[in-house]
Ligand binder design. Structure first.
Ligand SMILES: [Zn+2]
Length: 462
């Protein structure tokens, strides 16, 4: 496998950022061919899947699509390094001390649930890492870290705080721990604040740390912006970065009002890494020189610009160890036919909000306590034996959980653990009065939208 050269990736990406659509198309074509040839030669799964197709692929649509379930079931056949085995990867990620440490000394591993509810594990090789690093430094760095921001960060002492889920090998925390591992002298200044802590505890830690850079999930940032407006939180970051959840217009303006800086937003997933970033016009540009991005309907027909897709197919042109080619994601997006006025010519996409919601319970003292969806999600997802779940607030003091265990015969045992971990989490938020009840039905897609949601509020009776 030839290694990618970070400097030439950087220089090339710089030419493409404000280049022509033809420049993107020619790179996609060349990189796709290299990827497909590599996958056919080194992955038993793709060799089978592509049998009978032409040697040279001229259009990504000649290739069949793949799903997470397929890739997980045939993990050992999918990966292109024969020494990688699913069982060993599971062993690696079951130990939380390994967060940010490479599997077999060379591959980063992370987990996801995503929109289908099926858990996944993904491996990142050094090529992909080189691409992500070069593209992020160039594009997000160049756009977001203006001289004002850099000056502000230096003045504020350069501490950074990320409010992420730290109880699993999720993309955000894995990247953060890797950054800390690679720079021990700065590690103390790079702080992870677990999103699963009660809000007042997160506020306390932020007040102590006074971060110059502050990152988190959109719903957490919105809640913390309200804490700042109400006067309990008092921090003065030079840059605020929102990720993993869509940033609603309300949260965007609240964050701006609270911290005096516009939130910076990116769009990513475990399978594609950072796929897009917002420019100064608050529009999301896609890194289509390294990700082929196809908005499609439910039958995988292409959806024209300015129309909302039902899902997307992504092809990660950088990663070799675990090829992601026409991989289905449940995101609903619309590509924009209007070029952006900022001068960046990478395509612009509008994302439909993902559908998890902040739950608001009432404590026994009558206080309303918010529960962040990604915090509760990480607690439930990391409970041993859980395959799929949905958590639904059904009253001010009731949380209903639909559960599917990895092994159906263990469902009662897994429920006991889920009941305990959810109860423990709620108790730490001051909500020991909230009852956690088991739904008789299994997790399922929303009958109207066809989407799989993890966490939402049903009708709350008081
Ligand atoms: Zn723009």
């Amino acid at each position: 496998m030839t290694s990618f050269n970070p400097i030439s990736i950087f220089m090339d990406a710089r030419r493409v950022t404000r280049g022509t659509p033809e420049m993107i198309a020619s790179r996609q074509q060349k990189r796709l061919n290299e990827l497909v040839t590599f996958a056919r030669t080194n992955s038993r799964f793709y060799a089978e899947k592509y049998r009978g197709l032409p040697d040279v692929i001229t259009d990504v649509r000649q290739l069949p699509s793949v799903t997470k379930t397929e890739l997980m079931e045939r993990f050992d056949d999918v990966v292109t390094d024969p020494s990688v085995h699913k069982e060993d990867v599971y062993k690696h990620i079951s130990d939380l001390r390994n967060i940010g440490k490479p599997f077999m000394g060379k591959y980063m591993a992370w987990t996801t649930s995503g929109t289908t509810g099926t858990p996944g594990i993904f491996l990142e090789d050094k090529n992909w890492d080189a691409v992500i690093t070069a593209v992020n430094v160039l594009r997000m760095g160049g756009e977001w870290y203006t001289m004002d921001v850099i000056r502000g960060m230096m003045k504020a002492g350069g501490n950074s705080a990320s409010v992420f889920a730290g109880n699993g090998h999720f993309l955000g925390v894995t990247m953060l721990e890797r950054q800390r591992n690679s720079n021990r002298s700065r590690a103390k200044r790079i702080r992870l604040i677990p999103v699963t802590l009660p809000i007042h505890e997160i506020v306390k830690q932020l007040n102590e740390l006074q971060p110059a850079m502050f990152a988190g999930y959109a719903t957490a940032l919105g809640l913390l912006a309200q804490e700042q407006v109400d006067g309990r939180l008092s921090i003065h970051p030079s840059i605020v970065i929102s990720s993993a959840e869509p940033l609603s217009p309300e949260n965007r303006s609240l964050i701006k009002q609270a911290f005096g800086v516009p939130p910076r937003n990116n769009y990513g997933c475990s399978e594609g890494g950072v796929m897009g970033y917002e420019c100064n016009q608050e529009r999301m540009h896609l890194n289509t020189d390294w990700i082929i991005f196809e908005p499609v309907d439910s039958d995988h027909n292409p959806v024209p610009a300015d129309q909302l897709s039902d899902r997307i197919l992504i092809t990660n042109l950088a990663n070799r160890v675990m090829p992601i080619i026409r991989y289905e994601l449940g995101d609903r997006v619309a590509l924009s036919s209007e070029p952006c006025t900022c001068g960046i010519t990478l395509p612009v996409v509008k994302l439909e909000g993902r559908t998890d919601e902040i739950l608001r319970f009432q404590s026994s003292g009558g206080q309303i306590v918010p529960v962040l969806p990604l915090a509760l999600w990480s607690v439930l997802k990391e409970t041993p034996g859980v395959l799929k779940f949905q958590a639904i607030q059904t009253a001010v003091d009731e949380l209903k959980i639909r559960l599917e265990a990895k092994h159906s015969e263990e469902c009662d045992e897994v429920w006991q653990r889920v009941h305990a971990s959810a109860g423990d989490y709620l108790q730490k938020q001051g909500l020991s009065n909230v009852s956690v009840v088991r739904a008789p039905e299994p997790p399922m897609r929303d009958p109207k939208s066809g989407k799989f949601r993890n966490i939402w509020v049903q009708k709350v009776k008081s």
